[in-house]
Design a protein around this ligand. Sequence first.
Ligand code: FES
Length: 352
Amino acid sequence: MGMPTLTIDGKLVEFTPGQTILEVAKANGINIPTLCHLKDTTPTGACRICLVEVKGARTLVASCAMPAGNGMEVKTDTETVHVSRRLNVELLLASGNHNCLTCEKNGSCKLQSLAYAYGITDIRFKGQTQQYPAETENPLIIRDFSRCILCGRCVQACNEIQVNRAIGYGYRGAKSKIVTTGDRPYQDSDCVFCGQCVEVCPVGALTEKKAVGLGRPWETAKVRTTCPYCGVGCQMDLHVKDGKVVKVTAADGQSNKERLCVKGRFGYDFIDSPERLTTPLIKGEDGRFQEASWDEALTLVAKKFKAIKKEHGADALAGLTSARATNEENYLFQKLFRAGVGTNNVDHCARL
Ligand code: FES
């Protein structure tokens, strides 16, 4: 039996059973806008931006949540579809404080992009929405509930991607809010500050505190690199402005799939720390460290190594290397000890 097929915007296409309409559209080069959809998680169908027409269905359907069916006839680009999507964007814009001028996400906000795409220039619906005060206490993440559109991407990322299960939906109706257990601030909750919620937030509800005001998306260059903290090799993008790293976001690497931990995402202050060593230090006769050249430092180390080896044998020496070094550097290090010094006393901080 052949693959099942459906018609999408007049085109007959094959699909794999289990695929959603959204996935089938994407695989066939048809763009359907989304807000709440988060790759590799259970669809929530919360935002209704991905609505499409399906022949025979009584209402428009959320393509991110609707499984493709054999023989379906789907239309993604009709007047009805666009009127509904536009209305949903307008309702979301009316649901809180979406003043882009003062928003850190200006320029990378999905809601802003949709409003622009649909030519929305004003807030059509005025309404009193529940406003929770922003949570700014912790040093890493700002939670601005007035900008939250309750799309639930942060919840999906926390529960299904990172599997921390630190946040979920709380309260009801206009009072709905993304909450930790007991609606406590992040720092008093089960949150481990991996920042994956910030990574996936499509609007300005979750932002990295340290990056506020340091650069708009169009002012920063992205530099792909490997996280220096451990041996996993997570891929990340450094957001660089005027030679300084102002933010770090996850990239889609083999080992991390757009995820990072707290160290990789937030622990980049050391790069410009004034306490960072920039030159070797050698302890003088008076016990004080003095700056030295690399030649001086390496010559001294080699001299001391030779003296120890001569007096006590090569096994009196040992080398401990680091997961922060690359595989190639670690390879060279063990080679230096085995072939150069003559001992197998080599170990690594990530071995256990
Ligand atoms: Fe489908 Fe939000 S993307 S409902």
